[in-house]
Design a protein around this ligand. Sequence first.
Ligand SMILES: [Zn+2]
Length: 350
Amino acid sequence: MWCGTLGELTGFVYSLEAPLGLLSRPRSLPVTYSPSQFQRGLSFPKFLSQFGTEEQCLQEMFASRWPKGFICPECGGQEHCRLPRRGLYQCNVCHTQTSVTAGTIFHGTHLPLTSWFLAMHLLTCGKHSVSAMELKRQLGVTYETAWRMKQKILHVMLERENGRVLSGRVEVDDAYMGGERHDGTTGRGTTGKTPFLAAVQTTPDGDPDGRKVLYVKLTKVRNFKGRTVKTWAKRSLATASHVLTDGMTGFRCLRTVVKHHDRKVMPGGWRSAKHPAFAWVNTILGNLKGSLLGVCRWVSVKHLPRYLAEFQWRFNRRFDLSTILQRLLRAAVLTPPLPENLLVLAERSR
Ligand SMILES: [Zn+2]
């Protein structure tokens, strides 16, 4: 149920400055047992037993990067030897030396792998993220190092989720991050807020167990004009989808992208948040706001795509917490290094 005043929500404006307490599920959704909340995750003792030493982390990263055995990045050869004192692997054919982190998001790191594993564990083991300040304390590194580690891990999540395509029944809503509700400048087209699109794939209508949310996609956009929405839809929605939106003009183009577009024109304002057709997308937006507020208190606009991707990545993998660390690791070793100039650019804009 909504715990706060619905007047503080507009259905499309979510203010980071607004108070907490608006974040539970709406009354229109039944309160049921959630298997994802009671599943076993990777406990801290188990994490330590599996990834507590540098050698354990090295073996896990090796297996994740080369699941079918070592492959030389230069010639593709598989015969190799290990140079343990230097932490390198040497190809027996072309004698190229490489490390398990070379060419991955961990490229050039001087940190122990145990620190990276612990950072990834802390960022994935709970329902919410952890701040860079918390990472600093837990890892025993400087704040700068913790911030850069977190940005790189979030970059992995962003790269992984960029290609996600939703299908079936999809609720779509326009939303803003930041801004005030009652200052007379709220709503679509206002300044000082960052627009993003929220899409939620649910089970079909008529599901005997009730409608459930399956996947989410959160995308920062330049605006909500038809051309922008259309470009986003082509990348994010399967053509056979059944998409539900409110009556915003920018959503009209969706009928040319997807097979079924149900555009519900409503009076607007906070009433749209109560419409049962948008129950899940509004719940997700409320949970997103709570998650960001609980961890960061403040989110830079330039970093918003990474923070949206982090929420999305964790949410879309919530049914298998026991392997979530390995899945992140697999994604991380497949992600090319984040160019230093992009990371520094982001760092300077904090
Ligand atoms: Zn080689």
